[in-house]
Design a binder for this molecule. Structure first.
Ligand code: 4NP
Length: 159
């Protein structure tokens, strides 16, 4: 059985998307799902997540310290069932690489689960402070709880 797969995408793959990856994994059963993250840029390939993301995740019992940055690539449309982007720039960058309407349909703003149709964005905390990372954590946690509920009740792991 193929696990249902979700990819989290931001710009650098060191602040928001590794946090989203860790949080969603935390809310899903340990088997039946695959969760990964990537950046639209190649700025931080092979880098560890930002220390502030690691710290806020750890505060809530989630370890993301082993993750490594990578760049989003076209093949990710084949590897993943659903692709969550953090902001509208990420969405536009990912959609530019889509080849088909099937590819495009996989791409969603992650906060659409909380604020449907409002184009709400997870703000980039890179130039911010620890409190900005806390705010990002809280938004992502709320969204990931809803996503995990939807995926588990729909039993998407069995495809
Ligand atoms: P992220 O944040 O997209 O949430 O990982 C950023 C990290 C690094 C940079 C920009 C945003 N940067 O320009 O290096």
């Amino acid at each position: 059985m193929k696990p249902y797969s979700v990819l989290m995408v931001c710009l650098g793959n060191i602040c928001r998307s590794p946090l989203a990856e860790g949080i969603l994994r935390h809310h899903l059963p340990s088997t039946g799902f695959k969760v990964d993250s990537a950046g639209t840029s190649g700025y931080h390939i092979n880098d560890s997540p930002d220390a502030r993301s690691v710290k806020v995740a750890k505060k809530y019992g989630i370890d993301i310290s082993d993750l490594k940055g990578r760049q989003f690539e076209v093949a990710d449309f084949d590897r993943f069932d659903r692709i969550y982007v953090m902001d509208c720039a990420n969405k536009s960058d990912v959609l530019h690489l889509a080849r088909t309407s099937q590819d495009r349909d996989k791409v969603h703003l992650i906060l659409d689960h909380i604020f449907p149709g409002e184009n709400a964005e997870v703000p980039d905390p890179y130039y911010g402070e620890m409190r900005d990372f806390e705010a990002v954590y809280n938004m992502l946690n709320e969204a990931c709880e809803l996503i995990a509920n939807e995926l588990t009740t729909a039993n998407k792991s069995v495809k």
